[in-house]
Design a protein around this ligand. Structure first.
Ligand code: ADP
Ligand code: ASP
Ligand code: MG
Length: 406
């Protein structure tokens, strides 16, 4: 019998009716003759609400207690889904992350899964149960409860699919698949029939919230076939897999974007080997994620460096830089990062030039740029973000392309 892992996100389990709908989707797979492991997120906006409660008590709550708190959200939905299935006459059992033996590193709030001992899940499956596992959580060697970072239930599902050598992993969500860009912002966005792991990983890392980046990493490393599809509609979703043909000589597969970006510039750095390591090591020690970095030589004695961070990290970044002394710090907030992604870029020169031209025609100033083999990211004013995405979507013919592709 094949093993299938199904994952349902927060909106998909957002009410009792929706949990009943999920139960029906699970039963369909059981009726198809499969063994089913289900991963669910917390109901609706539960995780946000729990974060809100903590913030009322403390501006910097302990990360251990945050994990203790946030992990309760998923515990509610696994139990309710098990009840819904039992009510329809099916054997079902719910397991928290630690009961499912999902071992993580000892890092609170953003832990990586290091191992899953599947013997307990296998046993339940053999006894004819539908096994329902809480997403987004695990346990350390020392028995501490951890969480995997926001959106981490996707990663639980793919990691379980890899560990169980499942035949496939279906990610059910509130859109019908992976689109050329976020369909909530851009009406011309079109669903992709397929996308490669590498392209999906770039999109996820660059802000496309439809899949957790680590879930894509797991899927690629263990070659787990993934499908992203709707929990409400029956239509096929998007297949994420190793190799995908580039249709119609297309260069760009999708566009990702994220707001709340700040550019920080440090001027007057003494020339020499130590300035950069000092700044970036100090930031890394505080856990501040630095994204695009641009260094420029001002004159013989000094240089300057600009880098982008998440705006929420600005106060801590300024503290770190001030503690270094002797430098001038400036920053610009209300910026956004807009990125085009596609493996067709590898063999096509001039993609960056085209991107800059499109943005210039719209009167959008590019403030920072970074590239890799299959992506180009630009930092622009936050107020121009959606306009930039729409213009690039049209210029790189993503609307027509996806229509051909689906
Ligand atoms: P879930 O709760 O099911 O995990 P998420 O909210 O995490 O759902 O992810 C689904 C959302 O991802 C969609 O509602 C959509 O707004 C957003 N999204 C961002 N980029 C894309 C994209 N390229 N394709 C589809 N959805 C996207
Ligand atoms: N409930 C968690 C969150 O809201 C995990 C998830 O939904 O994947 O981030
Ligand atoms: Mg999600």
């Amino acid at each position: 019998m094949a093993i299938i892992v199904q994952k349902f996100g927060g909106t998909s389990v957002g009410s009792i009716e929706r949990i009943q709908n999920v139960a029906n989707r699970v039963i369909q797979e059981v009726k198809n003759g499969n063994r089913v492991v289900v991963v669910v997120s917390a109901m609706g906006k539960t995780t946000d609400e729990l974060v809100g409660l903590a913030k009322q008590l403390s501006s910097q709550p302990s990360k251990r207690e945050m994990d203790m708190l946030l992990s309760t959200g998923e515990q509610v939905s696994i139990a309710l889904l098990a009840m819904a299935l039992q009510e329809q006459g099916y054997k079902a059992v719910s397991l928290t992350g630690w009961q499912a033996r999902i071992k993580t590193e000892a890092v609170h709030s953003n832990a990586r899964i290091i191992d899953i001992d599947t013997s307990c899940i296998q046993q339940y499956l053999q006894e004819g149960n539908i096994v329902i596992v809480a997403g987004f959580q695990g346990v350390t060697e020392a028995g501490e409860i951890t969480t995997l970072g926001r959106g981490g239930s996707d990663t639980t599902a793919v990691a379980l699919a890899a560990a169980l050598q499942a035949d496939k992993c279906d990610i059910y969500t509130d859109v019908t698949g992976v689109f050329t860009t976020d369909p909530r912002y851009v009406k011309t966005a079109r669903k992709l029939k397929e996308i490669s792991y590498d392209e999906m990983l770039e999109l996820a890392n660059l802000g496309a919230g439809v899949l957790h980046p680590r879930a894509v990493e797991f899927a690629k490393n263990y070659q787990v076939p993934l499908e992203v599809r709707s929990s409400m509609e029956q239509e096929r979703g998007t297949i994420v897999k190793e190799d995908v043909l580039m249709e119609q000589q297309l260069i760009v597969r999708g566009i990702a974007f994220e707001d709340q970006v700040t550019r920080v510039t440090v001027q007057g750095l003494p020339r020499g080997l130590q300035a950069l390591p000092t700044i970036f090591t100090s930031l890394a020690h505080r856990g501040i994620n630095v994204d695009i970095i641009i260094q420029s030589i001002t004159n013989n004695e000094t240089s300057s460096v600009s880098f982008s961070i998440r705006t929420e990290d600005l106060p801590e970044t300024l503290q770190v830089l001030q503690s270094l002394g002797g430098v001038k710090v400036e920053y610009e907030s209300e910026l956004a990062k807009v990125s085009i992604v596609g493996s067709g870029m590898i063999s096509n020169p001039g993609v960056a030039a085209q991107m800059f031209e499109v943005l210039a025609e719209c009167g959008i100033e590019v403030k920072m740029v970074s590239t890799s083999e299959i992506k180009i990211s630009t930092v622009v004013a936050q107020e121009s973000m959606v306009k930039a995405v729409e213009a690039l979507h049209a210029a790189f013919q993503l609307e027509e392309a996806a229509a051909l592709n689906s």
